[in-house]
Every structure is written in structure tokens, then in C-alpha cells.
Write a protein that binds this ligand. Structure first.
Ligand SMILES: [Zn+2]
Length: 94
């Protein structure tokens, strides 16, 4: 019997998929935590993110910090600094 190679026609177009690795996500979370606004740091729980500090996580695994309780700009600056040292992140984020 002849071997038939099945080639799916419904296979989606190959596109380069960027996915932020777990270890980088951890760093991102550490950076976010460092930049939590003082008044949300200890007692006040942020009602927008319920203390998670995360607004949302993109399909690429990029963590978008909560803009209510995290000082976004310095956090972003620090993230960019981190990315400078890592080739695949440098291309993406800096
Ligand atoms: Zn928040």
C-alpha cells in the first residue's frame, strides 16, 4: 500500500511567534513589584488589579503592569535596561 503523506490544508500560516520566556516574565514581575507605589505597597489593596500588579498579559507573554498602583515609566525604563543585555529581547523592546 502506498504511503500517503497527509498535508493539512487548514494549517495556519507560519508566522514568527514571539513568546516571552518564563524566566523573563519572572524578572518583569520583580521589576513591577519594585515600582509599586508606596501607598499600595503595604496596606492599601489596589482595587483595579486586586493586588496582582498586573493589568493584563499579552499573547506574547508580555506583562502589562497595573497603571493604578505601579509607577509605569520607571518600571519600563528598568525593563528596557534588562532587555539591553539579552539579544532577542533587545530587538523587541528597546
Ligand atoms: Zn493595581
Amino acid at each position: 500500500m502506498e504511503e500517503v503523506k497527509h498535508i493539512s490544508e487548514t494549517e495556519p500560516e507560519e508566522k514568527p511567534v514571539f513568546k516571552l520566556e518564563e524566566k523573563h516574565q519572572e524578572v518583569a514581575r520583580e521589576i513591577i513589584e519594585k515600582h509599586v507605589l508606596q501607598r499600595y505597597r503595604y496596606k492599601k489593596v489596589c482595587k483595579w488589579c486586586k493586588g496582582s500588579r498586573v493589568s493584563r498579559i499579552t499573547e506574547e507573554g508580555v506583562i502589562i503592569p497595573c497603571s493604578r498602583c505601579v509607577s509605569i515609566i520607571p518600571a519600563l525604563e528598568e525593563w528596557k535596561e534588562y532587555c539591553k543585555g539579552i539579544k532577542e529581547l533587545k530587538e523587541k523592546f528597546t
